[in-house]
Every structure is written in structure tokens, then in C-alpha cells.
Design a protein around this ligand. Structure first.
Ligand code: GSH
Length: 218
């Protein structure tokens, strides 16, 4: 059975978790405690980058969440999460890349501020602006569709939908973006989102580990 190395507080792992659930792929979850287990020789042998998520499927190992999502789509295409239509495909990729390159990089800075590691006001203002520009872009892109690429969820939702709903944690409200706000509520109603949403106390308890990771990483 497909092995899935994860931790419930990891948004990168959550993307994969949601895709596995949406595609109804049976899997064996392997919890990696981010309190240093990821740095031990046993896990380093699985992923030299010392990060989750990782999947091992029939002996084939994939690291990097976006690569895993592409692999799952190619291997298990029954529930489609990547559209064929060129415009829908472009929208899906834009949303994914903006989530990773714009929003996620900015939330690293905002997380550092939240846990008291970085308080450079100028850098924080730049990070906040980077996020609000991305949200404005998403708001326009959603237009009148329930989901970014049309009537069905795609990897756009799987990737942006696991980071955008967490933004209020950084005092970045979704209310000024009515379509995006409605989209986030739509996703929150899905079983795969509900099953993978970390409880606030789980996030709270993980903050010391998050702090250690951010101190060690770029
Ligand atoms: N680009 C990677 C990022 C993976 C990543 O940073 N994972 C974090 C958890 S969200 C991790 O394992 N961190 C452990 C560490 O840095 O020690 C992906 O998309 O899979």
C-alpha cells in the first residue's frame, strides 16, 4: 500500500493528504514528528532533504508536494484533479504557483513574526502586501466560477485551498474578497478538508517545533 509520510501541521503534506482522499487512494499514513525525527538518519535515508511530505508507492519514492500531486494524477487518474482544457490548465498552474511562490514565501516571514523570530517592520509590510496582491489576483481569477478552473475542484484548490484559509491567523482577513471568501467556505464543507484541518490546539502545541525549524532554515 502507498506510504504517506506526513505531519498534521504541515501544509505541504496536507495537499497530498487531500489529493489522496479526494482520489480515494488507499494509503498507510506514517507520522513524522517534526521535533527532530526528520533529521535522523532513518528519515534522511528516505528523504535527504529532511522534509515531509514523501510518498512511496510500489517501491517508487516521490518527494516535493507538487511533484507528488502530479504523480498521483498520472498514476490514479480516475478522479481528475488536473484539467485538460488549455485555459483551465493554465489557471490551475497559475493558482498553484502563486500560492507557493507568493503566499507561502510571505507566510514564512509572517510566521517568524508570529512566533517572535523576526520583527523587521519593513519586511513584514512587504510580506503582507505580497499576500494581498495575490488575494486580489485570485479574486479576479475566480470570476463567477465555484472553483478556479470551473465547476470542479482541481489542484488549484488542493494547493491554494490549504494556505489561503489560514491567512486570518496573520490578521489577513478574507472578507474583502467576497468570491474568495465564498470559495474558502465551499472548500471547508468538503469531507477531505474537514478531515485534514489541524485543530487549533495541535497547531499551538507544534509552535516550538515550528520555531526550531524556522531558526534552522533559510
Ligand atoms: N517544497 C517542499 C517543502 C516541504 C517542507 O518544507 N516541509 C516541511 C513541513 S511543512 C518540513 O518537512 N520541514 C522540516 C524541516 O525543515 O526540518 C514541498 O512542497 O514538499
Amino acid at each position: 500500500m502507498l506510504k504517506f509520510y506526513y505531519n498534521p501541521i504541515s501544509i505541504n503534506a496536507r495537499r497530498v493528504w487531500i489529493a489522496l482522499l479526494e482520489k480515494q487512494i488507499p494509503f498507510e499514513p506514517v507520522l513524522v514528528n517534526l521535533d527532530g525525527d526528520q533529521l535522523q538518519p532513518e528519515f534522511t535515508a528516505i528523504n535527504p532533504l529532511q522534509r515531509i511530505p514523501v510518498i512511496i508507492d510500489e517501491g517508487f519514492k516521490v518527494v516535493e508536494s507538487l511533484a507528488i500531486l502530479d504523480y498521483l494524477e498520472a498514476k490514479y487518474p480516475t478522479t481528475k484533479l488536473i484539467p485538460d482544457h488549455p485555459e483551465a490548465l493554465a489557471v490551475m498552474r497559475m493558482v498553484q504557483l502563486v500560492a507557493v511562490n507568493e503566499i507561502q514565501t510571505a507566510t514564512m516571514i509572517l510566521t517568524k513574526k508570529l512566533i517572535g523570530l523576526d520583527t523587521d517592520a519593513e519586511k513584514i509590510a512587504i510580506a503582507r502586501k505580497q499576500v494581498t496582491n495575490a488575494l486580489e489576483f485570485y479574486e479576479q481569477l475566480l470570476d463567477q466560477h465555484p472553483y478556479f478552473a470551473g465547476e470542479e475542484i482541481t489542484l488549484a484548490e488542493v494547493v491554494a485551498g490549504t494556505i489561503v484559509p489560514s491567512l486570518p491567523m496573520f490578521r489577513l482577513a478574507l472578507a474583502p474578497y467576497p468570491r474568495l471568501n465564498a470559495w474558502a467556505k465551499r472548500l471547508a464543507g468538503r469531507a477531505s478538508w474537514q478531515q485534514t484541518t489541524p485543530a487549533p490546539e495541535v497547531i499551538q502545541a507544534a509552535l516550538p517545533n515550528v520555531k526550531k525549524i524556522l531558526e534552522r532554515r533559510l
